[in-house]
Ligand binder design. Structure first.
Ligand code: AMP
Length: 414
């Protein structure tokens, strides 16, 4: 079932969105991208003459009520974005009456789902290693089903538009779907777009395909690196992981970030790339700093010869050129993770060079997907988000999808 050809007239739709927006200390929203991202789905339902029950999590309240994470704080912003009044249900599991009273065009926002441990379905107050954990887990799974059933009872239709949590099998993202008929559950527009973007990267590959993996550590990216190795022509590995590779090759890396227990893994990745005919591109020079700060002293040096007391914090000029050389001619591009400590203005040049090359390739017809927390922050910082093909809202969900894993939030409605 596609949201586009479903008529919501006189239907109550319960929609899982990702309104986990950042708030400042006064509870003001500092970035409303996620609210704006859900608007096409929410407006379609209202314009059809349906009523809306909106549900989301915010932060990590760990199964307990905590005003700091109350969605009441964003009620007015949601109302403003939708251009209509929004009712608030202060207890998401006791909203049956409020939901029953909804008329076409009306909106009810439920309180944070994660105020209930049932949402995530993890047993509380017991560790995995404790006796009785398995029994507690089983009991919580039953409670999770009941919780999901309660949420489902509010509505006729279920729509999942929360890509950011699609890799989690939570009550509101997956279990709830069991309580709707196949024709009454579907993905929202944002989810459809995200799934299609991943599909473009995984199945409809125009070559050459260049993937750029950066960020701080190789250990958190290994799953995706291995998966990409079967698909890409060029694989750029940059950011903090550069120095684990340099050290594995016998380089002197000063104080640079390094995962000493991953040196063998780095060599293994290089070997695999060779076997599979993948052009693995690593940094050769870097911008090193004498402290981890924006106003430290800097120097350009080889990644294999960084003086003691200095650490590699960004890609050097020669490296930027070699990255651009495999990005610009690419026809499919995936970028996850910055090439340097881009939060400091002194160390943005590497990430900027990547972003500029991606924009150029996109202008020349490439499909470019930028995703995963920091790369999005990075492309936004450069003001180039609208010059790439797609900026994904999902961090973990995007990476798991590209690793080839089935996302529970997608599987549940399909
Ligand atoms: P990740 O969460 O693994 O994608 O990593 C993102 C973080 O990696 C950002 O906060 C960057 O500042 C950081 N990063 C990138 N390059 C380096 C580097 N050379 N040294 C230390 N941190 C880095």
């Amino acid at each position: 079932m596609s949201i586009d050809n479903f008529n919501f007239a006189n239907k109550k739709a319960i929609v899982r969105v990702d309104f986990n927006v950042p708030l400042d200390e006064n509870g003001n929203i500092t970035d409303d991208t996620r609210i704006r991202g859900a608007l096409p789905t929410l407006k379609k339902i209202l314009n059809d003459g349906g009523s809306l029950i909106i549900m989301s999590h915010m932060g990590k309240p760990k199964g307990k009520v905590n005003p700091k994470f109350s969605l009441a704080q964003i009620k007015d912003a949601v109302a403003k974005a939708l251009g209509c009044d929004v009712e608030f249900a202060p207890d998401c599991a006791k909203a049956a009456e409020a939901a029953k009273d909804l008329k076409p065009g009306e909106v009810l926002l439920l309180e944070n789902l994660r105020f209930y441990p049932e949402e995530e379905g993890k047993p509380v107050g017991i560790e995995k290693t404790d006796a009785g954990y398995e029994a507690a887990k089983k009991e919580m799974k039953e409670r999770q089903k009941e919780f999901a059933k309660t949420l489902a009872s509010y509505a006729d239709v279920y729509v999942n538009d929360a890509f950011g949590t699609a890799h989690r099998k939570h009550a509101s993202t997956a279990v709830i779907a069991d309580y709707f008929d196949q024709q009454d559950k579907m993905l929202g527009y944002l989810m459809e777009k995200e799934v299609k973007a991943v599909d473009n990267i995984l199945s409809d590959i125009k070559r050459p395909f260049t993937a750029i993996m950066g960020g701080s550590k190789v250990s958190t990216k290994i799953g995706i690196i291995e998966n990409l190795m079967d698909k890409v022509d060029n694989l750029i590995l940059c950011g903090g992981m550069t120095y684990t590779f340099a050290k594995a090759l016998g380089g002197k890396i000063g104080e640079s970030l390094c995962e000493d227990d991953k040196l063998d893994l780095a060599l293994e990745i290089m070997k695999k790339a060779k076997e599979k005919g993948v052009n693995l591109v690593l940094g050769t020079d870097c911008v090193a700093g004498d402290s981890f700060s924006n106003d430290c002293n800097t120097q350009i040096c080889s990644v294999m010869d960084i003086p003691e007391g200095w650490e590699g914090m960004d890609a050097g000029p020669e490296t930027r050129k070699s990255f651009a050389a495999v990005i610009e001619p690419a026809k499919t591009i995936l970028w996850n993770g910055p090439a340097g400590v881009f939060e400091f203005d002194t160390f943005t040049a590497g990430s900027r060079a990547i972003a500029d090359a991606i924009v150029k390739a996109t202008e020349n017809g490439a499909f470019s997907l930028v995703g995963g927390g920091d790369s999005v922050a990075c492309i936004n910082k450069f003001g180039l988000a609208d010059q790439v093909s797609y900026v994904s809202t999902g961090g973990g969900a995007l990476l798991e999808a590209i690793e080839g894993k089935v996302l529970p939030g997608v599987a549940a409605v399909k």
